[in-house]
Write a protein that binds this ligand. Sequence first.
Ligand SMILES: Cc1cc2nc3c(=O)[nH]c(=O)nc-3n(C[C@H](O)[C@H](O)[C@H](O)COP(=O)(O)OP(=O)(O)OC[C@H]3O[C@@H](n4cnc5c(N)ncnc54)[C@H](O)[C@@H]3O)c2cc1C
Length: 435
Amino acid sequence: MPVTIAIVGAGPSGFYAAEALVKSAVDCRVDIVERLPAPYGLIRYGVAPDHEKTKGVTRAFERTARNEAVGYYGNVELGRDVSLDELRGLYDAVVIATGAPLDRPLGIPGAEKIGVHGAAAFVGWYNGHPDFRDLEPDLNADSVAVIGNGNVALDVARILAKTPEELATSDLPDYAAEALRRAPIAELHLLGRRGPVEAKWTNVELREMGRLADCLPEVDPAQLPETVSDGFSERDRRLREKNLATLRGFLDLAAGARRKRLHFTFYAKPLEVLGGPRVEGLRLERTRLEAGRAVGTGETFDLSCGLVFSSIGYRAEPIGGLPCDAASGILTNRDGRVAEGLYVVGWAKRGPIGVIASNKPDGAKVARQIAKDFGPGRKPGGPALEALLDERGVRWIGFADWKAIEAAEIAAAPPGAPRKKLIGIDDMLAVLASA
Ligand SMILES: Cc1cc2nc3c(=O)[nH]c(=O)nc-3n(C[C@H](O)[C@H](O)[C@H](O)COP(=O)(O)OP(=O)(O)OC[C@H]3O[C@@H](n4cnc5c(N)ncnc54)[C@H](O)[C@@H]3O)c2cc1C
């Protein structure tokens, strides 16, 4: 009998694991269980809507999904429709690939004020994630603070900075396009506790900020070090030098007719969100670097802003009763092993680090671990899961169903856009009812 394996989560790490398993020497049957009808996790709901090219990797995942040893159970949530114990009873091995979907809390006084949003929620909203459709952030502010110096913070700032014309060929939902169009934002502040050298941006994303139609990046030259200090690998040093050069290049840009400003502010640590029930500003403390760490200097300053987006990292969700390390925000594991026959991959295993392809080695590793741990399979897998779901009246969908939903989205796309996303789960399922 083939080894039966359930992978929970259809994001990159789930698909890389499925691909590695079906290509491995293990005679296996793999089922991917995904809580949403749509597969691809953060590729669909995290990667910025104006970065369509990045989403091309889903073509490889689609080939994996079409492999006859792979099944897809969309709209099935672990913990709601099926428990972890049940899944472990039905499959020889279970691989958790549920990502790190929660915002790391800002944890400063005033963080609960109206107008403070975590990046996970805001990005989910502008990407049409059904969980965040109702966030409806009030974007009526002329000054905005984005806290964090990673690519996600750049994504948030760029989406707020772009013109409707620049976003017209993206898959931004209509409600988000309309809210962004009406937003009077003129000043964007990108805030980092450490310096430009320590920022975690990739250079391609940073360079894009200099090419925006209506927004000029502004940097204080006094905050740009001459060189990258020691303590980085050769590769990291080169990347950081490139970023410094890009920031220096911003100093030479002419404003032209550009109306908005994106201020890069470094060495600034948020202390408190100011205002009444709504955000009116941020109090920050100037920092200096000591052995790569930001240390407060005691000098504070206030920034006036009506919105705060906090992009300081993601953490995993406690799932299926599994222990989750609160400090690191990952599911407790030893090199991907959680318990006998239970494994974890991707952001749930390592935390929110790296790009899509960074999840690939986890897939190869779990395939090796499963090859080592199992002889022939013993448990029934897919047919038994289907029977359980059907008995419970769970409306699960297969990969062909997802392709029908995707076709409807593509058919409805406005000119130049790749798709018009269906947002609500009911709207997605309605496509199948009418097929
Ligand atoms: C805002 C943002 C933008 C990014 N942009 C880029 C980019 O441009 N380029 C790039 O290379 N990388 C980008 N990344 C990084 C990349 O998205 C991640 O490396 C990758 O998605 C992590 O994969 P994952 O499978 O671990 O998690 P995820 O992609 O989060 O997938 C987890 C999946 O598990 C499902 N799930 C969760 N809980 C359950 C449950 N209980 N039952 C069933 N299913 C469940 C989720 O619905 C989801 O589909 C970005 C990340 C973020 C946050």
